[in-house]
Design a protein. Structure first.
Length: 319
């Protein structure tokens, strides 16, 4: 199973990261770790890295010398990368972070949940775990964090993979739609099966039945006496989103100097024209597309995702 690493992020916040490397060496080809669907800190953990005030770095595996840090999207958690991560662990030290407000990481009531805070957390994790220069792989909001960090701290980032994240502003209407959407959630859910059913079929945002979407959200639910609740605070998610939906991010994208791969699902949220414009704006950009995949491309199509990403990683990480 993946090993938990406790790390101090920006402002002293406690973050949980998960080292998939040992899992990949011992469980090649196995199913992803158990879903985070109970009140335990995180079901992917069987051991915790000893921590100290200085956050003792974990030693790298000899077979995974090139480090990769995986950053999930809004409302996600590190275990959503588990199936995709197993394709990386043979050659890379592969670590996924539960970002602030998500998963097993701290969820401070007063925040902050700004772009600056998310970027500073990622920088702290890289420095305190001794990962630099790292390959950053981000999905959705995590991809934005990754490219903003690459733009601000090029010394920390060796290469970058952007998974289904737009550079254009989404606007106020998008934020209002999300506010309304959270109000429609019939939480607490009476059973975990009800979670699967609502997010996979009954949610008004679902155009056709989507069991994978139901499974994705079931992994970020926890059981309480009155039923199943999200492990995150929806208001904190809205606050996190508020800090980036009103602005475009083309300027920071253009400042990324490391090799960068933009990956989209054919049915994802990032359109082909915008993705190709992002590649054009990037000084060292490349493009990949996964047929039949939607927004959660690494989660629903991990093998196809790996086939799209592996040639890029091989090219930029091979001495």
């Amino acid at each position: 199973m993946a090993r938990r690493l406790d790390v101090t992020g920006a402002d002293g916040i406690r973050l949980a990261a998960w080292d998939f490397t040992a899992e990949g060496e011992t469980r090649r080809g196995s199913d992803r770790p158990e879903a985070h669907t109970t009140a335990r800190p995180a079901a992917v953990s069987i051991a915790r890295q000893p921590s100290s005030p200085e956050d003792r770095p974990a030693p790298p595996s000899p077979s995974a010398a090139a480090p990769v840090l995986l950053l999930h999207g809004l409302m996600g958690h590190a275990a959503h990368w588990a199936s995709a991560a197993r394709f990386l662990t043979g050659r890379h030290r592969t670590i996924a972070l539960d970002q602030r407000g998500h998963g097993a990481s701290e969820k401070p009531k007063g925040g902050p949940f700004t772009r600056e805070a998310y970027v500073a957390d990622a920088a702290a994790v890289i420095e305190r775990l001794g990962l630099a220069p790292v390959t950053l792989v981000g999905h959705s909001m995590g991809a934005l964090t990754a490219w903003q960090l690459a733009a601000e701290r090029p010394d920390l980032v060796r290469a970058l993979v952007i998974c289904d994240m737009r550079a254009s502003a989404l606007g106020a209407a998008s934020q209002r739609a999300w506010q309304d959407w959270f109000r429609t959630w019939p939480a607490p859910f009476p059973t975990l099966e009800a979670v699967h059913r609502w997010f996979g079929a009954d949610d008004p945002w679902v155009e056709t039945p989507n069991p994978a979407r139901g499974a994705f959200f079931a992994e970020v639910m926890t059981e309480r006496p009155d039923g199943w609740h999200p492990v995150f605070d929806p208001d904190q998610m809205l606050t996190s989103r508020e800090t980036w939906v009103h602005d475009a991010h083309w300027d920071s994208l253009a400042q990324v100097r490391c090799p960068t791969l933009v990956v989209r699902g054919l049915d994802g949220e990032l359109g082909r024209a915008e993705a190709q414009e992002m590649v054009r704006v990037l000084p060292h950009g490349a493009y990949a597309e996964i047929p039949d995949a939607g927004h959660f491309l690494h989660y629903t199509h991990p093998e196809a995702w790996a086939e799209a990403v592996d040639p890029f990683l091989t090219g930029v990480l091979t001495p």
